[in-house]
Structures are given as C-alpha cells and as structure tokens.
Design a protein around this ligand. Structure first.
Ligand SMILES: [Mn+2]
Length: 219
C-alpha cells in the first residue's frame, strides 16, 4: 500500500475535491455535470467515506477504476478493510449492511481494493502542495506524518478534535489540508485546514466541490 500518494500539477484542467460521498454517486454525477466536469483534463479527489448509508456503495469500485478519480481511505472504507475483525453491529448501525450481506468472495475483493487506497494524498499547485486526508493530520508538520504507525492512521481517519474544539493551528509543510468526516452546514476553514463535508449524502445537504488551485468552492 502506498500510504501517501503524490500528484503532479495539473496544467491542463481543474482539480476538484469532494467531501464524503456515502453511496450517493448519482447525486455526485449530477453535481459534476452542473459544473461541467471534463474527465479528459479535470481530476476529482475524494476525502474518503465513499460507502455506507446511501444506496450506491458498490459503485465506489467503478469510480476508483476511472483514471480521473482518486480517493483516500476514510473510516468507512477502513471498516471494509478490517471486515473480518470489525464489530459488525457497530458497523451495521453506521450503514454497513450492504457489505455484510454480500457473498464472501465479493467481500474479500472489495476489502482488498480498499486496502490499496492511500491514507493521504498530496496534490501540487502553483502556490504549493495541498494535502488530502479523511479526518485530520495527527502531527503539526505534514512532513512528519508517519503512516506506518497504526495510531497515526487512526487519527487520520477518525479524529474530530480540531473541528469540535475549533482549533486554528496550521499544518506546516502544506499550503492547505482538505478533509471531510464531520458534516457541516458550509465549508469551514480552521488554520489552513478546510473541512468540506457539507452532507451531500443527506436529505437536504449538497456536495461541495473545492477547486484546489483557488481553494474556493465552486458555485
Ligand atoms: Mn468519516
């Protein structure tokens, strides 16, 4: 597993980041059409949690096959990676029933696919690198992120401390860090960390598409 995946500057098209998808790929597709997403030159990055809760979790695999779509592992993909040892009633409560009902071969296939997802991505922009993680960075300096440690992995996928305590500390070594995990009414920046899960998967939420070069959401 490549734990940190780096991407070169995209000089031909746009780079966008979307928050948690949670099984709502049709809605995401509609949103991409609205903004004229061009798969020939644009790239779409996901903060993870592509699965559970919504009806289209299995489509995550088809999207991951697209050359323009890149995702980190969220805590929900991590449930699937660890499905043999995970607390099933706990996962079921958070939307894992679709996976638990699959046949064992399919479960293994999906688990292995998600195990290949990086825990962090770094995208080059003209103003410096932008990091992408599911929840938050466990260290004050991006360059000290050691993803071989399970403790750091868990923090990347699960932490809500920054958003709950409104911590404004910066993550050094990055222009900005983009995360999801905690649903919010609107994109929220703390320090240089931009939270973009605006609940596109909920009844009345919408998908934020953040332009990585401007660090602004598309209208
Ligand atoms: Mn999450």
């Amino acid at each position: 597993m490549e734990v940190l995946k780096r991407f070169e500057l995209n000089s031909r098209g746009r780079d966008l980041v979307v928050g948690d998808i949670h099984g709502h790929f049709s809605r995401l597709r509609a949103r991409l059409n609205e903004v004229g997403f061009d798969p020939r030159v644009d790239r779409l990055f996901s903060v993870g949690d592509m699965i559970d809760r919504g009806p289209e979790s299995e489509q995550a695999l088809e999207w991951l096959d697209e050359p323009w779509f890149h995702a980190v592992r969220g805590n929900h993909e991590d449930y699937a990676v660890r499905y043999r040892s995970v607390n099933r009633s706990n996962w079921s409560r958070y939307g894992g029933d679709w996976f638990l009902a699959l046949d064992p071969k399919r479960q293994q296939h999906i688990s292995e696919r998600f195990a290949q997802l990086p825990l962090a991505m770094e995208v080059a922009t003209a103003q410096g690198p932008v990091g992408i993680l599911h929840a938050d960075c466990p260290v004050p300096d991006w360059r000290r992120l050691d993803l071989r440690k399970r403790r750091m992995q868990d923090f990347c996928m699960w932490s809500r401390t920054r958003i709950q305590e409104r911590r404004e500390s910066r993550v050094h070594g990055l222009r900005a860090l983009v995360v999801g995990h905690t649903p919010l009414d609107e994109p929220t920046t703390l320090g240089n960390v931009i939270h973009i899960d605006t609940g596109g998967w909920t009844e009345d939420g919408n998908f934020t598409l953040l332009d990585i070069s401007t660090l602004r959401p598309l209208g």
